[in-house]
Design a protein around this ligand. Sequence first.
Ligand SMILES: [Zn+2]
Ligand SMILES: [Zn+2]
Length: 301
Amino acid sequence: MTSRWGRRHRGCDADVMMRIDLHTHTSASDGTDEPRSVGVLAAAVGLDVVAVTDHDTTAGWDAAIAGAPAGVRVVPGVEFSCVVGEGERRVSVHLLGYLFDRAEPRFAAERRRLRLDRTDRGRRIVERLTTAGVPIEWPAVQRLAGGAPIGRPHIAGALVTAGASSTVDDAFETWLRPGGPYYVRKRDVDVRDGIAMVLAAGGVPVFAHPRARKRGRVVTDDVIRELAAAGLAGIEVDHVDHDAADRVELRTLAGELGLIMTGSSDYHGTNKAVPLGANTTDPQAYAEICRRASGTQPARC
Ligand SMILES: [Zn+2]
Ligand SMILES: [Zn+2]
């Protein structure tokens, strides 16, 4: 196969000029854009590569690939929650898995379990809010989710519609913050098991926004060292929730541990303010992710 840069290759190559965003959400989870439009939106902001990493589901993959215009490569992926530590030291973390075989049974079963758990958790959060007199109804949350796994942004949207909050961000801060009276924890697997599941499905595990303190407690660098030893392939360095100092420190850590460094928008459409392509990944890092993957490869590679 000959690429548009004229080199013959198998698998993926990466031109130095490529613009790559490796973390986006569609309406298959808690984003607002349909999967089929992601490639077109990516092209409109000058991206060559866009990953679709919906929470707990690969339901958007096929439409995202089918809808992408010529010249835009779609990287199939997923984002899912895991935990590090127990009790007082428990930290919730997000893991991105890229280019895995979605039919691999153990990881597929975990994604299914996570989706069912989301519905259960969403119902319990709404029950707590209702008991406290907040005017929110479960069918309104379900309508906003439109069949996708229920996420807190859907509950936040219903709170805005009900007039209980002025914006989605306000709903998160007022009603849905971790540790708050209406918060219900997910039942997540240990992050080492999460990493092992992605690897066993031929995928590439990357730690999403490891310093995102506004989402709750974050792990220490020593935990990242342990995870690198357990098979973690990379860390997301350039992310809207990381300040300049975080990025410098994460780059140093990644260099020390030989981890791939990614950058991405974590785009959610109009559910969050960050635009597609707000942060990007170095083409060499992208090429390394493709090289390590055996589950699948980017579409139009
Ligand atoms: Zn995340
Ligand atoms: Zn995300």
